[in-house]
Design a protein around this ligand. Structure first.
Ligand code: PMP
Length: 427
């Protein structure tokens, strides 16, 4: 099968551009090559577009669809709940039942706060940290993403280290960057030096595995080092597990590395594709919401998304889920590596839990710097060659697996990847 063009998607995009900003619902999608594809539905590990082409889906909604599409238990849970109402604006049992289940998975966490997106939950975590410490500044690391808010959208791309971080978006105030310190990730000395020189740092935010810029594991001892420096200086340690939570282990990177932060931010996979986020934390922090810290939201903790979260937890707790993720993702990664070798293209592949990262033009993908050096233009060509063969993957190089991906899907994908690589070497 080879798809030459996508006439209906192109037409849909032209139409969408008249009613939607850029013809898309989130900015990045407008850059999709050769143009955004419009889908009509999914089933298991596949998606079908409005031109009638079916693809293996490794975008999975940018991560949330950890059960694939149309999972029967998830569909049943959502259908059952919607018949009983979408939101009550008051308490219901799923709020605490799902919180209890999540808290049991993440070591050291006492309480949860529900919200709707990762951006919001990170903002809640920052507000709590500032209130709990009485301090205002915070640290983040270059290449880490914590949502698109004015406060947090700094030091994600194009960051020159050791300089005042610049706003990433037009319309963001330069003033927003005055209390943010963007450090190189993995270098404990830089963090320790900053803490030794300032007493106004409330919190440090990080992706414990740097998923947004290369799926890079923390250097040995780094998370432990952050933990003890935070303890010594009264700084709140926040793990942004929006991607890793439920994806790399039931208890996310916190479980995998055994370092317990003060607050954990969750979103994406926790409700199997519906919009739910959370801040988990030690009681002393979360209980700040009873001591003057505002945490609000019309849709917070609504029964529809929590019914989805409950079904997602049920599905993920079936035997061997995480062993299978690990095995299949490793198989995909090693297939990619063999293809690079066979075709003679320089490339690096990382894998952690159910997440795989491909980078072209670098021999190792072990730092944000290396990620920034990957050949994204060539990768876009590869993505189009894959799309033509029926594989839908994300720009930037990240691949997600779901419980609906099986060995056959992976092996077929490796073959298609191999042939797509052949196509792009001749370009
Ligand atoms: N944190 C991380 C680590 C993320 O990857 C994302 C989304 N890609 C966010 C926060 C923001 O989440 P949302 O898009 O749900 O606001």
């Amino acid at each position: 099968m080879r798809i030459n063009d996508w006439p209906k998607s192109l037409e849909a995009w032209e139409r969408a551009k008249r009613s939607l900003g850029g013809g898309v619902s989130t900015a990045l999608r407008a850059n999709a090559k050769p143009h955004p594809i419009f889908f009509r539905g999914g089933a298991g590990a596949t998606l079908t577009d409005i031109d009638g082409n079916t693809y293996f889906d490794y975008a999975l909604g940018w991560g949330p669809n950890i059960l694939g599409h149309g999972n029967a238990a998830l569909v049943h849970a959502v259908q059952t709940q919607i018949a009983l109402g979408a939101t009550y604006g008051s308490g219901h049992a799923l709020e605490y039942e799902v919180a209890e289940r999540l808290l049991a998975l993440f070591p050291g966490m006492d309480r949860a706060l529900w919200s709707n997106t990762g951006t919001e939950a990170n903002l809640s975590a920052l507000r709590i940290a500032r209130a709990a410490t009485g301090k205002s500044h915070f640290v983040k690391f270059a290449g880490h993403y914590h949502g698109w808010s004015d406060t947090m959208l700094l030091g994600y791309r194009g960051q020159v280290l050791n300089q005042q971080p610049q706003p990433e978006s037009k319309g963001q105030l330069v003033e927003d960057s005055h209390c943010v310190h963007v450090l190189p990730w993995g270098q404990l000395e830089a963090f320790n030096e900053l803490l030794a020189s300032r007493d106004d740092i409330a919190a440090v935010f990080l992706e414990p595995v740097l998923c947004n810029s290369g799926v890079i594991e923390p250097p040995p001892g780094f998370l432990e080092g952050l933990r003890s420096a935070c303890d010594a200086h009264g700084v709140v340690l926040v793990f942004d597990e929006v991607i890793t939570g439920l994806r790399v282990a039931p208890g996310g990177a916190t479980e995998r590395f055994g370092v317990v932060p003060d607050l954990i931010v969750l979103a994406k996979a926790i409700a199997g594709g519906l919009s739910l986020s959370a801040v988990l934390g030690k009681a002393e922090f979360i209980d700040m919401t009873q001591q003057g810290v505002t945490h609000a939201g019309t849709y917070n903790g609504n029964p529809l998304v929590l019914a989805a979260a409950s079904a997602t937890l049920d599905e993920l707790s079936k035997p061997n889920t995480y062993e299978t993720f690990e095995r299949l993702a490793a198989r995909l990664a090693s297939g990619f590596r063999s293809s690079f070798e066979r075709v003679g293209i320089t490339g690096a592949v990382n894998q952690f839990g159910s997440i795989v990262q491909c980078g072209l033009g670098v021999v190792a993908l072990d730092s944000f710097q290396a990620y920034m050096e990957t050949d994204q233009q060539r990768y876009d060509q590869l993505l189009v060659a894959l799309l033509r063969r029926g594989v839908f993957a994300l720009p930037g190089g990240r691949w997600y697996l779901s419980t609906a991906h099986d060995e056959r899907t992976i092996d077929q994908t490796i073959e298609l990847f191999d042939s797509a690589l052949d196509e792009i070497v001749t370009l």
